[in-house]
Write a protein that binds this ligand. Sequence first.
Ligand code: BDR
Ligand code: CA
Length: 307
Amino acid sequence: RCPIIIDCDPGHDDALALLLAGASEELELLGVTVVAGNQTIDKTLYNALRVLTLAGLRPPVAAGADTSLSGSITPSNLMGETGLDGAVLPEPGFEPEDMTAVELLAKLLRESETPVTVVPLGPLTNIAVLLTGWPALRSKIRQIVLMGGGTFGNITPAAEFNILTDPVAGDVVFRSGIPIVMLGLDVTYKALIFDEEVEQIRNLGNPVSIAVAEMMEFYTRQSVRCGYTTEGAHLYDPCTIAWLLDPTLFSGRKAHVTVETSGVQSHGMTVVDFDGKHSDGRCNAEIIMDIERERFIKLLMERLARY
Ligand code: BDR
Ligand code: CA
């Protein structure tokens, strides 16, 4: 089994990523750390605990700071007031750890016998603080498989939400030397789910799939209303977990990625130099560009049916 830690800001698509991971025996979910992003930290923590409770999962959970290394956060307009509007979820059935997200990340990495895959699904604040404060633990991270960035943006023409919320943190992560798999907008814009597929998920008939359908209904309406899609919704964050489960669903290219921290128009942009052409051939990331959408949705349904 592949040991993973998910760092997230739920968020509808974060919730689905947690549920996909929780249903997959190939992955060992060592812990969940929470970051401010889609909503403030109190709300993303509460949402993470509720989603895990719904799934009957009880990994250690800890919350990070209520701000980013780049300043205060602006919640996403996609997820509503609670950060997870539309879902009927149980109250948290367990308490978070009495430590910060970064302390929990450090503890789990230290205790793991094998290097761990870290899966960031929100702004990279917690991960950057960890890498800066505990440099010796870098060798305990096998790879970072993240949702963020792209060759275009969704919040500005240049920048994607997770990277734009904390470009300083993004810069630290992309300079870290740790192997990075980047599932940015190039691929996640192709990872659409449509209404009839959401209905098929509802018809799986278990409490998790019914809650997922309710979440996705709100999220799809909001995606269309805000102009992110004309039909359907983007399953950004679940792409990371799907890549871990079945990389043959995806294709990508090596690149050297830097994060723009001082631009005006380009603030928070991931500057992607394919094949390291302008970077002496040095590549710090694999950029995932494409997905077999229908097989991806099939995988998602198969796993949700297990609940
Ligand atoms: C990313 O931003 C968040 O709103 C989503 O959860 C996803 O992680 C997409 O830009
Ligand atoms: Ca997210």
